[in-house]
Write a protein that binds this ligand. Structure first.
Ligand SMILES: Cc1cc2nc3c(=O)[nH]c(=O)nc-3n(C[C@H](O)[C@H](O)[C@H](O)COP(=O)(O)O)c2cc1C
Length: 214
């Protein structure tokens, strides 16, 4: 067991798909937030995934999933990735890892909530622990503005909006900061889970086991 729990460095993976670079820009922000919170961070494009990348995912404390919203749901590129995880789902390879998600769309709403729900269901199928965004809704009163964190008012994960004719460099600064926040929050929770797991294992209580109770 680690004596100094503050020294625990959680591993956080950002596993994302991006057709045109906007979600990739957000993935960078999530990664920066997690790294600033002390995590060991890897960013993986799921449409270029290698055997080494799968091993990296399997050993992570936390995986943050990112996808553009296409046709009101995750992109086909992201969905193809999820369908490659079937064996891991059955075998419980990602069981009890920390999970969270972010998405980006062209429309202000764009049906992004449906995408975040799909990501949360995917995580639940893997028996992962879903982490919410953890921010109040921004831009929701007369003195607020679109510069607010969480300007689009999501709770389940981070939701971003990028005008369809704008380059990835033009992703909204508030959305970038919101994604950075999500990365930091997941790193914090992943550290808490790691430390808690070590402590419960140390006291050898029945609850220390991560095996499912039948
Ligand atoms: C096939 C396709 C479907 C899309 N469907 C939606 C949608 O349902 N809602 C929406 O608001 N934007 C939609 N968009 C716009 C994208 O979400 C938006 O351009 C986003 O920034 C793309 O992210 P990316 O650059 O990471 O691929 C769609 C774009 C494409 C190419």
């Amino acid at each position: 067991m680690t004596d100094n729990h503050f020294a625990v460095t959680p591993t956080v993976i950002i596993a994302y798909h991006s057709g045109f670079g906007h979600t990739a820009r957000l993935a960078e922000a999530v990664a920066a937030g997690a790294a600033a919170a002390g995590a060991d961070v890897t960013t993986l494009a799921v449409d270029e995934i290698t055997d080494t990348d799968w091993a990296t995912l399997d050993s992570a404390d936390a995986i943050i999933f990112g996808t553009p919203t296409y046709m009101g749901n995750v992109s086909a590129g992201f969905q193809a990735f999820t369908e490659k995880t079937g064996r891991r789902c059955i075998e419980g390879t990602w069981r009890d890892k920390v999970a969270a998600g972010f998405t980006n769309s062209g429309g202000k709403s764009g049906d992004k909530l449906n995408t975040l729900v799909s990501l949360a269901v995917f995580a639940a199928q893997h028996h992962m622990h879903w982490v919410s965004l953890g921010l109040p809704p921004g831009w929701n009163h007369s003195l607020s503005s679109e510069a607010d964190l969480n300007r689009l008012g999501f709770f389940l994960g981070a939701g971003a909006q990028t005008d369809v004719d704008v380059d990835p460099d033009g992703v909204h600064p508030s959305d970038v900061e919101t994604c950075r926040h999500l990365g930091g929050r997941v790193a914090m929770v992943a550290r808490q889970v790691r430390v808690g797991r070590e402590l419960t294992a140390a006291v050898s209580s029945p609850a220390a086991s991560s095996e499912p109770v039948h």
